[in-house]
Design a protein around this ligand. Structure first.
Ligand SMILES: NC(=O)c1ccc[n+]([C@@H]2O[C@H](COP(=O)([O-])OP(=O)(O)OC[C@H]3O[C@@H](n4cnc5c(N)ncnc54)[C@H](OP(=O)(O)O)[C@@H]3O)[C@@H](O)[C@H]2O)c1
Length: 334
């Protein structure tokens, strides 16, 4: 069973591994989503992450999201709703009208009602802005979110894909205006995406902000799914043409690092997916890792070993391997 960690400075306890539902209604059917959700709840996961933009639209090149992930969760949760911490997001384009995106008071108030209706619930535990909105004053966004908390529609607010300076700016405004502040961040973090270690992690540690990281398995790359020169496995997200996954594969050591870490995982009696998740959960500042799953086996495999942690020596060994793979190969001329 999963263990639980305190979300930042709040009293809320969330499972160290959470379930991401970006695949629901986009790459997998409602029936397959039900199996994944059951496996997650059976293993003790209590935090479920979705977004108003997760749905078929993303793959059809449709500018308007179709919201299937929230719809499917609404169908499936029913009497289990009270057992889970339900997190969703606002920002992405959900319609063709000019104000059907972003973080204006106008859009946030409409978006939250649509999410509540699709999720068949009257409250959202964690309402997150999906990314920074440079076109709306933060004060407008934070006042709108604060109103939702005071109305009881939202319990906590969080920010996804924020840089440290953006979070610092938001916290300053919340503090000055006595508004609820962002209690969590949701950045990308994995063995092949470590940018947040520079600025965001030190900042959130000093401010006691919860850190719920996404794509801990590098969208499948760190489960060892893909090999250079080989066609992607049938049914995988690469085969389905996921653009962000294609971009991630362009990073210098995306394919060589998982290959190099296989032996270390084996020595520990772990699969590469279990090892990659254990690495994320061993790192400082991390509250929960949002695992994506298109099959219940993805959850059950992870659950067998999710109390495993890497020692500092093991993490240092990983760093040395990664540094070697990233080192420039061509002579440098000054
Ligand atoms: N805030 C944001 O901007 C943002 C962005 C991205 C994601 N997210 C959130 O984070 C969640 C997780 O993201 P993610 O799906 O990219 O995370 P991930 O855990 O890095 O990747 C999940 C994928 O890895 C593969 N996988 C998982 N376990 C496996 C195993 N044991 N063996 C082989 N393959 C395995 C599956 O790929 P296949 O399905 O191809 O088999 C699965 O879909 C999303 O659902 C969403 O809630 C948020």
């Amino acid at each position: 069973m999963s263990s639980y960690r305190q979300l930042g400075r709040t009293g809320l306890k969330v499972s160290e591994v959470s379930l991401g539902t970006m695949a629901f209604g986009r790459w997998i059917s409602e029936q397959a989503s039900a199996e994944v959700l059951d496996a997650a709840l059976d293993s003790g996961i209590n935090l479920i992450d979705t977004a108003d933009v997760y749905g078929k639209g993303s793959d059809l090149g449709n500018p308007d999201s179709t919201g299937e992930s929230e719809v499917i969760l609404g169908h499936l949760l029913k009497e289990r709703r009270h057992r889970i911490i339900l997190a969703t997001k606002v920002h992405g384009r959900v319609g063709s009208e000019v104000n059907d995106a972003g973080q204006s008071r106008y859009h946030i108030f409409r978006a939250v009602e649509n999410s509540l209706r699709r999720l068949k619930t009257d409250y959202i535990d964690l309402y997150q802005v999906h990314r920074f909105d440079p076109n709306t004053p933060l004060e407008e966004t934070l006042r709108a979110l604060d109103d939702l908390v005071r109305q009881g529609k939202v319990r906590y607010i969080g920010a996804s894909n924020y840089a440290a300076w953006q979070l610092a700016k938001a916290h300053g405004i919340s503090n000055q205006l006595n508004l609820h502040r962002f209690e969590s961040v949701q950045p990308e973090y994995s063995l092949i995406s470590r940018e947040i270690e520079q600025e965001l992690i030190p900042f959130v540690q000093s401010e006691k902000v919860g850190v719920i990281v996404y794509s801990p398995l590098g969208r499948g790359i760190l489960a060892g799914k893909y090999r250079a020169g080989e066609a992607p496995p049938e049914g995988s997200r690469l085969a389905a043409g996921e653009k962000r996954l294609q971009q991630l594969l362009e990073k210098r050591h995306s394919l060589t690092l998982p290959e190099a870490l296989k032996a270390l995982a084996e020595q520990r009696g772990l699969t590469l997916a279990q090892y990659s998740l254990a690495w994320v959960l061993s790192r400082p500042g991390i509250t929960s890792a949002i695992l994506g799953a298109s099959k219940p086996e993805h959850i059950t495999e992870a659950a067998k070993k999710w109390h495993e942690r890497l020692t500092q020596e093991e993490q240092d060994e990983v760093d040395a391997i990664a540094a070697n793979l990233q080192a420039p190969r061509d002579p440098v001329h000054f």
